[in-house]
Design a protein around this ligand. Structure first.
Ligand SMILES: [Zn+2]
Length: 339
């Protein structure tokens, strides 16, 4: 019996010696000390031992168990210590490494252009207001003097949610909503996303941005319109910028005009940028149509006003000399970083 116990002990110590991971030490514990382990087997065989010898054998088994346990515990501690030391060594912080670069985002050229335009107009007392991008046909067309069947409705073909709800084709519905509130005078700038069912190319996109302005008060004349937009052009493109108004037609203004600015590249001499004409088309404008005022509950005999609309992308493209509108939407960091 003594010999058998000695064998178990030797074997166990050998196994402990060979174990190189805490898991393996645990295997050794199970194999020798566990419920189905070898020492337990010896205890179970006690019934074959003569009664007078049983205390002695019992003691021997306990001593063997204690010896194996002591070595197991000792090795386990050693092993854990080594693992911890190894881990600390691996996780050591190298204070000489260069710091992680802080990656700060960048404003989109559209955003920069919008803030610039907003700065100019809020400086002249305009209030920036926004409205829904999904709009009633009523506000997007009818209240702006574009009844069903009007050709302008075809030109501004858009996406229909249903017969009465569309993705707005312009930010003018915001004007109609503000006019309807009846708080006069009105002096607003309404920027925002608009939609047209256009194919994507260098100058078209089904989704783009517009900035519209509206002022309504007593005694507003076309001279006010020209003066305001001239200040805008000079602020945006430089003090020497000249403006030119060409008659045009919009359903919601009368008279209507398109404004050109003198080319800020060549100063009006003619260059590749302005296609040799010296002028660059920039926005549409006009005096608010009396019928539009009436439809929104404002007396056209008492009040007049003007409105204008400019494409935000158009300004961004001109200001930063970008020749393809698609670049604005591709979100290529290499492109966006340049502004
Ligand atoms: Zn030019």
């Amino acid at each position: 019996m003594k010999e058998r116990l000695q064998n178990i002990k030797d074997e166990a110590l050998k196994a402990i010696e060979a174990a190189d991971m805490p898991e393996k030490l645990n295997d050794v514990r199970v194999k020798f000390l566990g419920k189905k382990g070898e020492l337990t087997a010896v205890l179970k065989g006690m019934k074959d031992v003569a009664p007078e010898d049983r205390p002695k054998v019992g003691q021997m088994v306990n001593e063997t168990r204690a010896a194996i346990e002591a070595v197991l515990e000792e090795n386990k501690e050693k092993m854990e210590k080594a693992i911890r030391a190894e881990k600390l060594k691996k996780e050591v912080i190298d204070v000489t490494l260069p710091a992680k670069k802080n990656c700060v985002g960048h404003r989109h050229p559209n955003t920069i252009a919008l803030e610039e335009v907003e700065r100019v107009f809020t400086g002249m007392g305009y209030e920036v207001v926004e409205g829904p991008e999904i709009e009633y046909d009523e506000y997007n067309f009818r209240k702006l003097n574009i009844p069903d069947g009007h050709p302008a409705k075809d030109e501004q073909d858009t996406f229909y949610i249903n017969k009465n709800i569309v993705l707005r084709t312009q930010t003018s519905p915001v004007q109609a909503r503000i006019m309807e509130q009846g708080k006069l005078p009105i002096c607003i700038l309404s920027p925002g996303r608009v939609f047209r069912s256009d194919e994507v190319d260098a100058t078209h996109s089904p989704s783009f941005h517009q900035i519209e302005g509206l002022i309504i008060d007593k005694n507003i004349s076309f001279a006010d319109l020209k003066g305001t937009l001239e200040v805008f052009a000079k602020e945006l493109f430089g003090e020497d910028t000249k403006t030119k108004f060409r008659p045009h037609h919009f359903p919601f203004t009368e008279p209507s005009a398109e404004m050109d600015v003198s080319c800020f590249k060549c100063g009006g001499k003619g260059c590749r940028f302005c296609k040799g004409s010296g002028w660059i088309e920039i926005l549409g404008c006009g005096m608010v149509h009396p019928h539009v005022l009436e439809m929104c509950g404002i007396d056209p005999e008492e009040y007049t006003g003007f409105a204008f609309g400019v494409g935000l992308e158009r300004i961004a493209l001109l200001k930063y000399e970008i020749d393809d509108m698609r670049l604005l939407y591709e979100n290529d960091i290499r492109f966006l970083k340049q502004f």
